[in-house]
Design a protein around this ligand. Structure first.
Ligand SMILES: O=P(O)(O)OC[C@H]1O[C@H](OP(=O)(O)OP(=O)(O)O)[C@H](O)[C@@H]1O
Ligand SMILES: Nc1nc2[nH]cnc2c(=O)[nH]1
Length: 179
């Protein structure tokens, strides 16, 4: 698996330090609130697992499954809800935990949908932000790293469902895409 990686963009150490920083900020900002971490599977699951343990406030979690990329490296532009949330959002302070904000189409759709359910507040925490590719006017409230326009894998992020279990974030060798 490691032989397929062209370069490491963010090391395990860099990721863990940033996650701890985000968790400390979220801990401060959500004091006395009804925090519900909403996570979009599957990519964000590794980030959520690390982030939630750095938040020193009571927090609920819930999951959604959406699909916008299929097996390719570009967004199809179609966001499909495969599994909806279980928890009622009324009165909750929602923090959407995402691995990457790229075109923004996935999060824009999800945020709009969740806003219709009368939460007390709704914010976005994205580990990675790729502003060069944005197609909608959307920003995350918490961003781990702003990254260049490269397709990244690891720490939950996949190419064709593989590489999610890499402990760092990297870029694949071009020949991996063409076989
Ligand atoms: O800003 P966008 O261009 O909409 O892209 C971001 C979305 O793409 C990835 O999900 P993907 O559809 O690859 O599914 P996965 O989480 O199961 O890997 C990622 O987890 C975001 O949900
Ligand atoms: N794995 C992966 N999924 C994405 N979804 C949107 N951008 C990306 C990316 O760079 N890598």
């Amino acid at each position: 698996m490691k032989d397929d990686v062209k370069k490491v963009l963010l090391s395990e150490e860099e990721l863990h330090a940033k996650v701890a920083e985000l968790g400390a900020q979220i801990t401060k900002d959500y004091e006395g609130k009804n925090l519900l971490l909403v996570t979009v599977l599957k990519g964000a699951v590794v980030f959520l697992a690390d982030l939630m343990r750095t938040i020193d406030q009571p927090a609920e979690i819930d999951f959604m499954v959406v699909s916008s990329y299929g097996s390719g490296v570009k967004s199809s532009g179609v966001v499909k809800i495969v599994k909806d949330l279980d928890i009622n959002l009324e009165g909750k302070d929602i923090l959407i935990v995402e691995d990457i904000l790229d075109s923004g189409m996935t999060l824009d759709y999800i945020k709009g949908m969740l806003l219709d359910r009368n939460p007390a507040s709704i914010r976005i925490c994205a580990l990675l932000d790729k502003p060069a590719r944005r197609k909608v006017d959307l920003q995350a409230d918490y961003v781990g790293f702003t990254i260049p326009d490269e397709f990244v894998i690891g720490y939950g992020l996949d190419y064709d469902e593989k590489y999610r279990n890499l402990p760092y974030i990297g870029v694949l060798k071009p020949e991996v895409y063409s076989v």
